[in-house]
Design a protein around this ligand. Sequence first.
Ligand code: CA
Length: 226
Amino acid sequence: MQNILIIEDEETVSKVLKAYLERAGYKVYCTTKGLEGIELFNKIDFKLVILDLMLPDIDGEEVCRTLRGFSDVYIFMLTAKVSLSDRIEGLNIGADEYLPKPFSPRELTARVNALFRRLVSENDSILSFDGGKLKIDKEKRIVKVNEEVVNLTPNEFDILYALIAGKGNVLTREQLINKVFGIDFDGLDRTIDVHIKNIRKKIEEDSRNPKYILTVTKLGYKFGGE
Ligand code: CA
């Protein structure tokens, strides 16, 4: 179950919201003060904070800035202020969405559902091989080996990803060039070999005896990760 934190001093508002969100399947914690909210946030793993701008102790902007100092949690900001400049300010301090009050709890619940659907599909974009030793996030274009980020150049990333997308089928050098550089590329086939050599150095445990990028003699390369 996903945890949501509501920081809102109007208890009638947070009660209604809590009821809606719980019905939608979330675990909801409520607090009426900013500092209490930050304290609670440090104890429990929240995926989303719904934050009121006007709070009795420290205001929502400060709570937002504080949370942003150490967390990239999703923050929905609630506020009665409706001017455009306030909206922009709300976004500038790091809120992900801005909801002017009064809001419909049903609409807010729909937005929360949309957010969590998006979070799930972001997780889907991470491919994992070899028991998690090699991970590729195709959306963010990040490669990790043993949880450490490996810096591939854009071309290296595209070559690796093309091989992975090939699902173990052999790709010729020409096919790789077409996929990565486009069909107008008029460099040498050897360009690919140089890139492959560099990728292996970065991701293989033993680049002379690779297990992820395999050479298929006279044909090309294929991905060998499980
Ligand atoms: Ca308030």
